[in-house]
Design a protein around this ligand. Structure first.
Ligand code: URA
Length: 260
């Protein structure tokens, strides 16, 4: 078998796969199959039925505990970004290009918490910059709010429950969400928004412990000491344009809440 022990050969092989049309890594994390062969050779199977189906994984450290401790130490948003950058326990991190932290003015009254970065966000390192992001910008512009507003009064601050892109844009798993929540909670505590928008099902589940966004949307709730408005995700609105009237009602409720 060909050996890719030099960086340039590996790079050329990767480019060749991309030329052939490969767009995704198919696992959550890269697997070095040369190592796997070694590992399986060293482990004596107990019985054929007891053999693990996948790679043998090391016991996970207390990822949630580590996340809590790192997040609590962050005194500023820059600290929090640095804490995330040094957190190595989320399985999404190795498969992502970028840490997608936040965008907009952190002094804004409105903090939007989406689900997870997609392909465009992963490439650019900013949340909500793809098609759904353009839709989100239009939605909030319709009530006079923007991520690039000059004054915080008219601003929005945008982040996600998880800062790394899940493979194939799948929803983040419950384990991934649990381990990232201490960072989300600290993020909210540092920004201290007047209002949080829980954008979509994953965000509503993470912040409010409830799913079923089509029922939850438009109902003001409380989480992390803030008023929270669950809303339909802009990606959902792109697929279901009829639901835009519900989103519009929610935007008007937000506008009223802000006294605009
Ligand atoms: N969808 C999200 O929930 N977040 C993003 O950043 C992009 C798309």
């Amino acid at each position: 078998m060909e050996s890719y022990d030099d960086w340039h050969a590996a790079r050329a092989a990767l480019d060749w796969h991309i030329d052939l049309g490969a767009t995704e890594a198919i696992c959550d994390a890269p697997i070095n199959r040369y190592d796997l062969a070694d590992t399986s050779a060293k482990i004596a199977p107990k019985s054929a039925a007891a053999q693990p189906a996948g790679p043998v994984m090391a016991a996970e450290p207390d990822a949630v505990g580590i996340a809590k401790s790192l997040a609590q130490q962050a005194q500023t948003l820059d600290d929090l970004r640095a804490a995330l950058a040094q957190f190595e326990h989320c399985p999404l991190k190795p498969g992502a290009r970028s840490l997608v932290f936040a965008d907009g003015n952190p002094q804004s009254r409105v903090m939007i918490i989406g689900e997870a970065p997609g392909r465009d966000e992963d490439m650019q390192g900013r949340p909500f910059v793809g098609r759904a992001g353009q839709m989100l910008d239009k939605m909030f512009a319709a009530i006079g709010l923007s991520r690039s507003a000059d004054v915080p009064q008219n601003g929005i601050y945008i982040t996600n429950v998880v800062p790394w892109r899940p493979p194939q844009n799948r929803d983040p798993s419950a384990v991934e969400i649990d381990m990232m929540m201490p960072f989300v909670q600290r993020h909210i505590a540092l920004v201290r928004p007047a209002v949080i928008i829980a954008m979509g099902n994953v965000s509503a589940q993470a912040l409010l412990g409830q799913r079923g966004i089509t029922k939850l949307r438009g109902t003001w709730m409380q989480a992390q000491g803030c008023d929270v408005l669950p809303m339909l995700h802009p990606a959902y609105l792109l697929r279901n344009p009829i639901a835009k009237r519900d989103a519009w009602a929610d935007l008007l409720a937000l506008k009223q809440k802000l006294g605009m």
